[in-house]
Design a protein. Sequence first.
Length: 759
Amino acid sequence: MERTAAAGIAETTLSEKMPAGRGRGFAVLLLLSGFCGISYEVLYARILSNFIGDQFAVSASILLTFMLGIGIGTLWAHRLWRWLWLIEAAIGGLGAAFALGAGRLEQWFYAITPLHGSLGGAMVVCFVLLSVPSFLIGCSLPLFAGYLGRLTAGRAFARAYMVYNFGAALTVLVIEFWLLRQLGIRDTVLAMAALNGVVAIALQFGFRELREPPVKALPVLPPPRRLLLALAIASVGSAIFQLLMVKIAECFLGPYRETFALVLALVLFGIAFGSALARRWRLNFGWLLVVGLAGLAWLVGGYETVTRAYAWVHPLCLDSAWLGVLHRAAALAALMAVPVVAFGATIPALLGESDNNVARDSGKLLCVSSLANAVGFLLMALVLHRHFDYGVLLLGVAGLAGLAVLLHARSRGWVTLAAAGLVTVTIWLHRTRWDENLLYLSYDHFNSIEELDWARRKFKFPEKFKGAQDTFSLNHFGDDVHFFINGYVSIRLNSPAEKIVGAFPTMFAPRTDRALVLGVGSGATAGTVASLCGRMDGVEINPVVLQNLWRMSEHNFDLVKKPNARFINDDGIHFMRVGREQYPLIINTVTSPRYFSSSKLYTLDFLESVRRRLEPDGVYVTWVDARVGPRGLDIILRTVARSFRHCAVAGVKSGYFLLLCSQEPIRLRQPELVSTNAVLASYFETNGLPPRLLPYALLTPHGFDLIGETNGPLNTMDFPALEFEMARSDDRHPSGFTRRLLETNNLNEIAHTLDPALR
């Protein structure tokens, strides 16, 4: 590009008049803006998912709205040159309004979507609410880059891109690992809004001279379409790679929000570091992608090595939460650092020294990249994830990177040969080194090298069924089949435990004309309830599970053929809020709270909606995984105590407990219900569990006496204390729950609760 002499003199003169300290001060504002920008995407998603639900369609609409809004914002940013301070103020103002008005927003949403299953309406709501904030956030970076170009010499965009994304990476870590745990979601949003306000005030009163639009340059030729197409293809590959790394990371680090935060932070740090390299050296776009291809080849060939090293070191990091975080981050960095740095430096490498209008030129490239990221996300969700293994998808990313190199280099030179060679090497490594089965072992088998080796010996094969986001599998371990979802093995299908969860509560329910089961899963619990109750409504968030429920018919009493069974594909939280029908029995069998989104079904907010959907004398039953640890158990019991007057505890097997909650005292009402059902009675007798003995699973009718720490935090949507505890807990030590049960055990009280069964 060429600049007119007048424009060059004007910009140089302005830059020379600026003290060096002002450039550094402006860089701090840029850092704070980056710190705030990405936070809203994370925090808005948390707020909306708390009442709309965690369905993939909702998450997708939030992510796509931000991608599209940011893409359009970057393209239009240069037209709003004078108003950067107002843009920052508006971003903060909208954030504060969103946080303070979340309650009314929730009421409004449920008023306009009275029926469950209205995902289309939910997606429209997400788009309407987030389109303006995402557009404004997209405007911010190009304008900051343009302002910075007036204050400092050198490659302004590369520096701005580096500082902005460094701030964004920091905010992901600070929010996930500190701010949310100190302030909760609402106050964290308000803190970010306050920072935006500080930035706006500083821009308005400290850098007024920068608000004059740049001297208009002569028209310049746009970047060749070939280069824009190369950037678009590379950005599609980058988006697929980022989403793919989230899924791969869940398979050995666990399906936690912390896992997502670490992947996102590494991506943003990669962009910042890549921008720093582009600022220091004039990097070539093609050679950058060749380096990225080398990183992809290492990921394919070295995944097993890195995960084994992770399992070997893991026991050494259990005594320190921060050491555990660093350990997980190091494992991820070993796998993905090189590709994310290479992909992150592509825009600064293409932009180079902007010789015309930094805000406008960078905005064009950022727009192309953002829109291509959206395309990559849609491809991943609608096509790729459903039909291809993760190893094959990594080859697809390598192929896209190689194609981008060919377009950029016009299929000539050493860079083309290097790219073709590395794609070939990646394919060879996939055939010789990649083991897809490692992704289906369950993350808790990576807790030590011994557990990993044991799991690999026992593991036979997975039956895989994928959706837009979820991976469901029936894993064959030895002679058993296990239910696997997104990196987590939840149950053994031939275990009688899930049938007990369905049978035991029905004997304590005031009536059995209908029941609600949250979390259909394998159908073992829902099938048992449907066999004992007049009608069973089952809610399942994962459509892939419902589509394959028939495959588990031998373990769920052929649930799909039961005429009294009704299935609802919805988020349990959303279903409970929008529905009106009351039930005498509600059973929660959603995956353990060790799976991040499940902890929401143990919040005070959710329990209040359960009370509304229960009949006055109804019973709510939720299972408790003792592996949540003593602090986790205390959080659950304290929260339940705020919603229900009475709570009994039953034992299913070691570490597997049931809480029976009601506003009325818990009593055994129908002791013969299971015994008189021929199919269920035969099943339990065959498995050594005479139905008449099932009521003896009751351990105490006074569950609240088991609370160890009475003054700890409650689990709420705004402050998800249980989710935070799950990410830091480990199951090396006994929970102490059994000891508390023994200390508070009173056989006379149990006998009174079970009367007349104990006669």
